[in-house]
Write a protein that binds this ligand. Structure first.
Ligand SMILES: [Zn+2]
Length: 237
């Protein structure tokens, strides 16, 4: 094998490593996982808010229930004393009636307020259940994403390792001087080697003279494209 064949192979492997390293970097950034975790945080905040709201409603409900008890107790007392008192004049009678009416109205109002509070507590509780389910769903999704991510990271790392071993093996076979020439060009360009196909440099498309191509076929020297600086390579087979 000519040095040029080896350099051509080396360049392809370096390119594969670069592609895999970029993919690895992307996986390590875990964009999708971050997005899902943000979503989970938003639901947890919503759950906190709902729980606080439920607690608020509940303490209001307790207060109203106590008030109701209080009013009912007062109403009973009032009715008792009305029965026990020998009401003599209209004024006294009116006092009792209006007080009883007043209390009964308050009780009615409180009872409807309590009912409304209970309905709204129910709604909040249902929302809490919904949000908890959503959080569970997202948590499972995150676990799956992590699993998939780790599996892919593992595969990629092993592939890159294998390619790096190949690189070492190939480099050993190339003469030092050509290797250093290659590396100088590789340092400047993403792809250092360009194949010649249909008499043209595949990197920049420049057409090469036929005499030049015959020379390239015979040579094992590093010859670069005058236009783009790529190492020109012709497969002899
Ligand atoms: Zn070129």
């Amino acid at each position: 094998m000519r040095d040029l064949d080896l350099i051509y192979e080396l360049d392809i492997i370096y390119n594969e490593i670069t592609i895999k390293e970029k993919e690895l970097e992307r996986l390590n950034n875990r964009l999708e996982i971050n997005k899902t975790e943000e979503e989970k945080k938003r639901y947890i905040i919503e759950l906190d808010n709902l729980n606080n709201l439920l607690n608020d409603k509940h303490s209001i409900l307790r207060k109203k229930e106590n008030e109701l008890k209080d009013y009912k107790y007062k109403l009973n007392n009032l009715k008792d004393s009305y029965e026990k008192t020998n009401v003599k004049d209209t004024k006294q009678y009116e006092y009792f009636i209006s007080s009883i009416n007043n209390l009964e109205n308050k009780i009615d109002l409180l009872e409807s307020e309590i009912l409304e509070l209970m309905i709204s507590e129910d709604k909040i509780s249902n929302n809490i259940i919904r949000v908890k389910e959503k959080i569970k769903e997202i948590s499972d999704e995150i676990v799956n994403l992590y699993d998939a991510n780790y599996a892919n990271v593992d595969i990629l790392k092993k592939e890159i390792e294998a390619l790096q071993k190949e690189v070492l093996e190939i480099r050993k076979k190339i003469s030092i001087s050509k290797l250093s020439e290659y590396e100088k060009i590789k340092y400047r360009k993403k792809r250092a080697v360009a194949e010649v196909k249909d008499k043209a440099c595949t990197s920049c498309g420049m057409i090469l003279p036929t005499s030049y191509i015959d020379f390239l076929k015979k040579s094992d020297d590093i010859i670069v494209c005058e236009n783009c600086g790529s190492i020109l390579y012709i497969n002899k087979e």
